[in-house]
Design a protein around this ligand. Structure first.
Ligand SMILES: [Zn+2]
Ligand SMILES: [Zn+2]
Length: 156
C-alpha cells in the first residue's frame, strides 16, 4: 500500500518538510491486529548550523509498529510502538508514527558536511567557498595573545 501525505497534515513544519511524504505500508496479521512496516520517503530542507547554507536531504526512514485492539494493550514495559483501536473504529491514523519517524531521524545540530568551515566571524564570508584571509580575533580581544602564539608570523 502506498500513501502520500501533505507534511502539514502530519503536523510537520512545512518549512523543513515542504515536499510530499510518501509512505509504503505493509501489514502482517498479528493476533487480532497487525504488525505494520512503514517505509517513509520525503525530502527535508535544512540550514547548516555553521555556514547557514540551505541543504536538501533525501530521507528514507523505516519504522514498525503494532496495531492492536484496545483489549490487547501490551504491558508498560513493551518497547514496541503501538497504535490501539476501538472495536468499532474504522480507520487507524498512522500519521503520528510517520511524524515521529521523521522527527527522530533529525539531528539536533545539523551541518552541511562534517568539515564545514562555517562563516568568517569577521567579514561573514562563507569559508567553504572562499578563504577571505581575515585574521580573527581582533586586536585587544582576550584571545589575541593566543592567536599570536598560534600564528608564526606574529611571534617573531
Ligand atoms: Zn555548512
Ligand atoms: Zn573574513
Amino acid at each position: 500500500m502506498e500513501l502520500a501525505s501533505a507534511p502539514a497534515d502530519l503536523g510537520l513544519d512545512p518549512d523543513r518538510f515542504p515536499e510530499t511524504v510518501r509512505v509504503g505500508l505493509r501489514l502482517a496479521p498479528l493476533g487480532d491486529g497487525w504488525l505494520a512496516h512503514l517505509d517513509v520517503d520525503t525530502r527535508v530542507h535544512r540550514v547548516c548550523d555553521r555556514c547557514l547554507a540551505d541543504v536538501v536531504l533525501d530521507l528514507h526512514e523505516q519504522e514498525r509498529c503494532l496495531v492492536l485492539p484496545e483489549s490487547q494493550r501490551p504491558g508498560e514495559d513493551d518497547e514496541e510502538r503501538v497504535l490501539l483501536f476501538e472495536p468499532d473504529q474504522e480507520e487507524v491514523d498512522m500519521g503520528p508514527v510517520v511524524r515521529e519517524a521523521l522527527l527522530l531521524s533529525q539531528p539536533e545540530y545539523f551541518l552541511c558536511r562534517e568539515d564545514c568551515k562555517g562563516l568568517c566571524p569577521v567579514c561573514g564570508e562563507d569559508r567553504n567557498q572562499n578563504e577571505c584571509g581575515c585574521r580573527p580575533p581582533a586586536p585587544g580581544s582576550p584571545f589575541g595573545a593566543l592567536a599570536g602564539l598560534r600564528d608564526p608570523e606574529t611571534t617573531n
